[in-house]
Design a protein around this ligand. Sequence first.
Ligand SMILES: [Zn+2]
Length: 260
Amino acid sequence: MNYRPYEVRVCSDGKRRGCFLKLTHEERKQRFWDKIKVGDPDECWLWLGAKQPSRGLFYGVYEWKGKGRSTHRIAYMLAKGPIPKGLVVRHLCHNSLCCNPRHLEVGTQAQNVEDAVKAGRMASGERSGRRKHPEAFPCGEDCKVSKLTEKQVLEIHRAYRSEELHSGQLAERYQIAQVHVNKILKFETWAHLRPTVESWGLPLEGLHRKNLGKARLLFGKNEQAVRREMRILREKGLTFREIAKKYQCSESAVRTRLKD
Ligand SMILES: [Zn+2]
């Protein structure tokens, strides 16, 4: 859709053509405000121009600097200045067509959603689509793209928590990406298994710490133990090189472990 302002002109060959207008900033501003029913300062000023439906509401759209934009955003920009990056413009009056700058405020998307929930326009909690229609949101093995079975995911959790294997080794064993393993371990995926995993009572200590698996490979013990030992050696007056020789690792591996 194109919202760029144009007018119909009669050209030299007698034909009528639509021509895009070259407007100054002031003229463009004026054309924009002309499409708004400006009323009393406290009233809602409704947008009279083109509208677009979004989530059951109608929002005004207007071409501004080459792009179709929401009119309440343009109104805010013109009246109060630029909208900070990442923020949205909220309607304090819950009227999606309102362009009265006094009814507009910037906020986060989270605040905007909160507004909608408060106004009863968005279902949350027990009314949410996910709760009401779980069949529409398959998870775990029911998900068509899943590569693992529930049993395998539980094995991954158990192996990691008992410090048998680190995520790189788990990725290799199950032929999946390491980021996927990490997501499983953080319950970003297969989140519905969290209660089962937590019921085992295996401690979470050291989980997701960087280089945990590496230390195990290099030294055969966990990171904290290695650091503790190295610190003691250092306090005894050994140089980094001597410590590195003792552990058969690089000097930089010692340095990074003794940094803090
Ligand atoms: Zn309003």
